[in-house]
Ligand binder design. Sequence first.
Ligand SMILES: CC(C)(COP(=O)(O)OP(=O)(O)OC[C@H]1O[C@@H](n2cnc3c(N)ncnc32)[C@H](O)[C@@H]1OP(=O)(O)O)[C@@H](O)C(=O)NCCC(=O)NCCS
Ligand SMILES: CC(=O)OP(=O)(O)O
Length: 331
Amino acid sequence: MGFIDTIKERAKVDKQTIVLPETEDRRTYEAVATILKEGIANVVLVGSKDAVEEGSKGLDISGAVIVDPTTSEKTSTYIDKLVELRQSKGMTQEQAREILLSNYLYYGVMMVKLGDADGMVSGACHSTADTLRPCLQILKTKPGTKLVSAFFLMVVPDCEFGANGTFIFGDAGLEQNPDPEKLAAIAASSAESFKLLVQEEPIVAMLSHSTKGSAKHADVDKVVEATKIAKELYPNIEIDGELQLDAAIVPSVGQSKAPGSKVAGRANVLVFPDLDAGNIGYKLVQRLAKAEAYGPVTQGIAKPVNDLSRGCNADDIVGVVAITAVQAQAN
Ligand SMILES: CC(C)(COP(=O)(O)OP(=O)(O)OC[C@H]1O[C@@H](n2cnc3c(N)ncnc32)[C@H](O)[C@@H]1OP(=O)(O)O)[C@@H](O)C(=O)NCCC(=O)NCCS
Ligand SMILES: CC(=O)OP(=O)(O)O
């Protein structure tokens, strides 16, 4: 069974409730029809009954719960809670009402915050910044974690590298220019996510344009420092750097460029030095190698709220919902 089919089976064992707030997007309904048919999760859609009926024409989404913020009895509780959480940032009752009635992403996050749903997926028609800002503001990092970051779960066809072609690429969605401490935290969270989702031992490569001193630059120094911090803070994780991509995943190249490294040639978790590299890298592999790309999936957050690329299709949404459900089971 492939990666995503295994995740779907795991999701079905203990069904979670996932909010999908993008009821203006047809792909949401196509995904919901599949999620319900396959029994992957319970679904809550945020929007008016009329809009949902119109948007889902021809699809069977009868098992979904529709929550309309304008009529839901929960809305006033969410307004009060949002004010309580963001008062120190100047949030008033009027502002909270305006936000929750006009921005369904905030509404969905409040449902997750108050336990009316186990997780949320959006981003098919919202930018990553607009998708992640509400959950960063409201849900915050989980205890013991320094920052929230975002990864892609990549499944590359006909690929002998990584875990039979399965990799985590982090951070490919959120932290734009992480400093060494943040890069080390991204490495640790990515290793934990790999263990949870792929159920194999993570082998983490800190990627660079240099392998073990082959190039000199401040960008290389950053990755060297991050590797040092990660090794000190997380001695149980198999981690090494700085490594070029070929040295990280191809055994023969790893052996020649980084002899003695236990990670070189075996890595299945790839930590990119910044978001330019991570985001461009995942899209290259997705589009040119025709890999499945699920994400951006957040990690280090108190409850699972996950993003999508605006270029996603309905199957990608189904996959991210299944991943979100498995994260919620572990929460
Ligand atoms: C996600 C993102 C929008 C957050 O930045 P921002 O909008 O400027 O928001 P702020 O920096 O004001 O942060 C908002 C809140 O989130 C928190 N936050 C931001 N980044 C965080 C992180 N990595 N971990 C934990 N909390 C974080 C801040 O502490 C702040 O909390 P507060 O409002 O309670 O003080 C920004 O990092 C971003 O745009 N990233 C790139 C996303 C992107 O375009 N990716 C490419 C496509 S996938
Ligand atoms: C993850 C990502 O790159 O998102 P988008 O394509 O929507 O910008």
